[in-house]
Design a protein around this ligand. Structure first.
Ligand code: FMN
Length: 350
């Protein structure tokens, strides 16, 4: 057994690989959430022994840089910067984080290009990439990713179409021995964390549960909607026609979800009449989400704003401190290991 700041635990050794990779105590990642993952939340997570990502979102590079500085003033722990490859300022953000030699860069949104991964690695960064299908994981590993975040469609925010249950078998089982694979999407308990670690994951990434922390700046209305929501209320948006490919977004059912449907219909008409191009329409869609998320997270307008949430919202009923949340996850993972050991009549030795 190994000891950690939250007590004795049997998951200690299973967490070692991910913890060493991320240079933290617990390979529990608080995923980047645009507008939400700002210096206070990120530093609180790092100061509690876990790992967090500062969300680059749509920020101009100088603002992102000042957020990096602010986070560094609040924690000595390492944290990642999450860059959305389809954000307007993405290239300049990447230049800035590389010039600062930031230690961990996570590429999100769409896939990064080979030269962008090369650039990050040349600057000394460890690179993590999202994979929502097996072929994306394949490609990211070929491009040189140091680790993969497998994200199932249960997750909140922009999502792929394949559930974590299938991706565990397609990505974790295939690549888990080769490089660290972190599992995201639908994880809401330490008990589940213990099982994915047993399956070979290096760690887990959660977003939805971290929204329900005191340190998270999301408006009280946003958190109240999370508290009252069931797993089935976190629905994903459809794509109406392949002439306007849109990334699905999982959020709590409200007027913003309906408004997005109307936006798609209008843009489809404009594309077919030649009034706009597919690229401009896609940009308008992304602007819609960033604006709608801000409306809900910052202004508290949970009717017209986008309340992005994963299905794990059904497991996020209580607002806790970040420290309490991490302690709960670690303790529950540890109890699950004890339970399994007693069922199997076997003492795990790691
Ligand atoms: C409100 C919200 C905003 C998000 N924004 C981003 C983002 O900007 N970049 C990103 O890579 N992932 C984003 N995500 C995904 C999370 O980082 C994380 O992978 C996901 O929430 C994990 O699944 P879970 O919601 O079941 O915990 C967002 C998720 C939520 C709930």
């Amino acid at each position: 057994m190994s000891e950690n700041r939250y007590g004795m635990t049997k998951v200690g050794d299973l967490m070692k690989r991910g913890a060493e990779f991320l240079s933290c105590e617990y390979p529990i990642i608080c995923g980047a959430m645009t507008w939400v993952s700002e210096p206070r939340l990120v530093s609180s997570v790092c100061n509690s022994g876990a790992f967090a990502c500062l969300a680059g979102g749509n920020m101009p590079p100088d603002l992102l840089e000042s957020q990096i500085n602010e986070t560094q003033s609040l924690t000595n722990g390492p944290f990642a910067v999450n860059l959305i490859t389809i954000a307007p300022a993405y290239k300049k953000q990447l230049d800035m984080v590389c010039s600062r030699k930031h230690p961990i860069i996570i590429f999100a949104g769409s896939f990064p290009r080979q030269n962008e991964i090369d650039k990050a690695k040349k600057a000394g960064a460890k690179v993590l990439c999202f994979a929502s299908t097996r072929s994306i994981a394949d490609r990211m590993i070929r491009y040189g990713a140091d680790g993969i975040i497998l994200e199932g469609s249960e997750a909140g925010g922009h999502i792929g179409h394949v559930s974590a249950m299938v991706l565990l078998q397609q990505i974790l089982f295939k690549f888990g021995d080769k490089l660290p694979v972190f599992v995201a999407g639908g994880i809401g308990t330490g008990r589940m964390m213990a099982h994915v670690l047993l399956m070979g994951a290096a760690g887990v990434q959660l977003g939805t549960r971290f929204v329900m922390t005191h340190e998270c700046i999301a408006h009280p209305n946003f958190k109240l909607m999370f508290k009252n929501a069931q797993a089935r209320d976190a629905v994903s948006t459809p794509q109406y026609d392949s002439s306007l490919p849109v990334v699905a977004v999982r959020a709590l059912r409200n007027d913003a979800q309906k408004e997005f449907g109307q936006l798609q219909l209008r843009l489809l008409k404009e594309i077919s009449s030649g009034k706009t191009t597919r690229e401009n329409a896609q940009e308008e869609v992304e602007k819609f989400w960033i604006g709608a998320l801000k409306k809900a997270v910052i202004d508290g307008d949970i009717k017209k704003g986008s309340v992005m949430a994963g299905q794990s919202v059904g497991l996020a009923d209580e607002i806790k401190s970040v420290k309490e949340l991490i302690a709960e996850l670690v303790a529950d993972a540890s109890s699950e290991m004890e339970r399994l050991a007693s069922i199997l009549g076997y003492s795990f030795s790691f």
